[in-house]
Design a protein around this ligand. Structure first.
Ligand code: PLP
Length: 231
């Protein structure tokens, strides 16, 4: 089933790229495997997937240990400062940095390891109370402050658009995130590369690609519905 789902998602990605006049290679598919067992991840792996996204530190580190070494892991969920030490250096990209204090902790841990950690700035694009992310009008200022840190590298921006029935209604938010990225690019230091837009999930990734997304985070569309145990 996962293989068939992946084939369908791939077709949709290619169609959206064609509509937007974009090359397929501009869009990275992140398979969001949260709550799913290793067997499911291995099914996706055997179908060729090498980029996985998780949103909880403990689950992420467990899966890193139990999956092959050639996987690129992305932390896409809310991150507490006291858990930063468990993932710095183990993930390619942390998508969810929305405060300078969090960036400073990542900087400190990366320095200790002698590495530079790539991150994205998460923007609360629809100003939803239930969601993390820096306010849209504060994103540039946060970028400027994080850029002063030596062991953190801002690669771009990320948003989680509202959960809606009609993906078209999220187009405005993808356009808005792109404007924020362009605004950041305009003040960028010469030697930095800020070109990542992580936007689009199962319900709206095609619209997101049409609006310039470079990373889509697809869970349900690949692995099927999630079951959450009551905690
Ligand atoms: C769970 C999750 C996704 C994937 O959601 P689907 O709707 O299942 O594709 C994407 N991004 C983040 C941050 C998530 O937590």
């Amino acid at each position: 089933m996962i293989k068939e789902n992946l084939d369908a998602v791939e077709k949709n990605i290619e169609a959206a790229c064609n509509r937007a006049g974009r090359d397929r290679s501009e869009v990275t598919l992140i398979a969001v495997s949260k709550t799913k067992p290793i067997e499911d991840l291995m099914e996706a792996y055997n179908a060729g997937i090498r980029v996985f996204g998780e949103n909880k530190v403990q689950e992420l580190t467990y899966k890193i240990e139990h999956m092959p070494d050639d996987i690129h892991w992305h932390m896409i969920g809310h991150l507490q400062r006291n858990k930063v030490k468990y993932i710095v250096g183990k993930v390619d990209l942390i998508h969810s940095v929305d405060k300078i204090e969090l960036a400073e902790e990542i900087d400190k841990r990366a320095k200790a390891l002698g590495i530079v950690q790539d991150i994205l700035i998460e923007v609360n694009i629809a100003d939803e109370e239930s969601k993390g992310g820096v306010a849209a009008d504060k994103a540039k200022e946060l970028y400027v402050n994080i850029q002063k840190l030596s062991y953190v590298n801002v690669r771009g921006v990320m948003c989680i658009a509202p959960n809606v029935d009609d993906p078209e209604s999220n187009r405005q938010y993808f356009v808005k995130l792109r404007k924020i990225l362009v605004d950041i690019m305009s003040i960028m230091l010469d030697n930095s590369r800020v070109d990542v837009m992580s936007m689009g999930m199962t319900g709206d990734y095609e619209v997101a690609i049409e609006e310039g997304s470079t990373m889509i985070r697809v869970g349900t569309g690949i692995f099927g519905a999630r079951q959450y145990n009551s905690e």
